[in-house]
Design a protein around this ligand. Structure first.
Ligand code: MG
Length: 383
């Protein structure tokens, strides 16, 4: 099999979310739904099988300077292609972001699964066909009825529990919101949620990402007392020594790194240094499913949890190929005003349908299992 073409199709849709100046997503007020652009990467082959991935970063890079790494190559040689692209990143970091590698790698896995006639998690070696999810909120806001107070988080946690989610994670208030960040307010929100859902319901926290050591410690110890399962990224992850310090000071499990560059290499360093109690990676963080599985096996060899970051079809297949550790699928980001269960217009069915018991079911269709609405995409195409 040979790759014959690589292309990006861009199209519009009505978005329910907006981004603040620091890049955090919020629910758009009901009357402010707005037109946004999505894209789908397609890798075509001479055997009529195509692979697809939605949301490729820097699409021009893939169809431009990266073409030579794909066109004419056997798409089943995912490992070799991924290494070639990764090695080329050394001198091209601004354009060859890990998220670009992610898009290419996942489209190649889609082709691989379709060629084999099996879903990707079975191609990897399946462990399960459904994964428990946790409700992962958007960051806090100042919108009445949104996520504007500790009590609002508590009310929303009950709603998510009733929907069937077996666990709940707060993303709390972040700048540029007035009054943020605040350790005291974060703890107040965590306490209100604990009070609402009862003592045994698993809870996690992902707060402001640039607290000082002492602020991170105060927060960790505060939510340890509330029986929280883990905390993510309370400090800049480039400062690994601060994470070593934090892990030594608190009993609360610290989960990371999530956003730090460096793929499986940096995760190996964090494990060796004792900078985390649980490992964190997702396809989008490390450059695809190929390196995510390296991180999964790295964590497994050290007897550590790897908690997969972000929703998405690639992450779901990875979870389907893990027995343990790796507790949950992250479903979100959720907000009282956003209908996460609605199928996006470019698909005919959602990629992560969740049943009333809180299990997300992995598609049994060949490849990634995306059921794409090409009619919608072609009728909303932009140049
Ligand atoms: Mg996080």
């Amino acid at each position: 099999m040979k790759v014959t073409d690589v292309k990006i199709t861009r199209f519009t849709y009505m978005s329910q979310s907006i981004r603040d100046t620091d890049g955090h997503g919020h629910a758009a007020p009901k009357d402010q739904a707005h037109e946004a652009v999505q894209n789908v990467l397609t890798i075509e082959t001479d055997e009529g099988i195509s692979g697809h991935y939605f949301g490729a970063a820097n699409p021009g890079t893939i169809t431009g300077e990266w073409r030579e790494y794909l066109v004419g190559k056997d798409p089943l040689y995912r490992e070799m292609i991924w290494h070639n692209l990764k090695n080329r990143q050394r001198s091209h970091k601004p354009t060859m972001a890990d998220r670009v590698l992610t898009a290419v790698d996942l489209a190649l896995w889609d082709i691989g699964g379709k060629a084999a006639g099996m879903p990707v998690h079975k191609l990897l070696g399946a462990a399960r066909d459904k994964v428990p999810a946790y409700a992962s909120t958007m960051v806090g806001d100042d919108v009445p009825g949104g996520l504007d107070t500790p009590e609002a988080y508590a009310r929303y946690a009950i709603q998510c529990k009733e929907r069937g989610y077996p666990a709940f994670k707060l993303h709390t208030w972040q700048p540029p919101l007035e009054g943020a960040p605040s350790v005291k307010r974060d703890i107040a929100a965590c306490a209100a949620v604990r009070e609402a859902v009862g003592p045994d319901y698993p809870l996690m926290l992902d707060p402001y990402h640039n607290y000082s050591r002492l602020e991170a410690l105060e927060l960790a110890n505060g939510i340890y007392e509330l029986g929280y399962l883990w905390m993510e990224e309370p400090m800049d992850e480039h400062n690994m020594s601060s994470y070593v310090w934090l892990c030594e000071q608190t009993k609360l499990p610290i989960c990371g790194p999530e956003t730090a560059e460096g793929k499986m290499y940096v995760r190996a360093e964090w494990i060796k240094a004792g900078a985390c109690d649980m490992v964190r990676s997702g396809c989008g963080d490390v450059g695809g499913l190929t390196p995510l599985m390296k991180c999964v096996h790295l964590a497994e060899a050290f007897g550590m949890h790897l908690e997969v970051h972000s929703p998405g079809v690639g992450n779901l297949h990875a979870l389907g190929a893990m027995v343990s550790p790796g507790l949950y699928y992250e479903r979100g980001l959720l907000h009282p005003f956003v209908d996460y269960d609605a199928t996006p217009p470019w698909l005919n069915e959602p990629v992560d349908p969740m049943d009333s018991e809180g299990f997300v079911h992995i598609s049994q269709n060949p490849g990634l299992g995306l059921n794409i609405n090409w009619d919608y995409i072609h009728s909303h195409k932009v140049d």
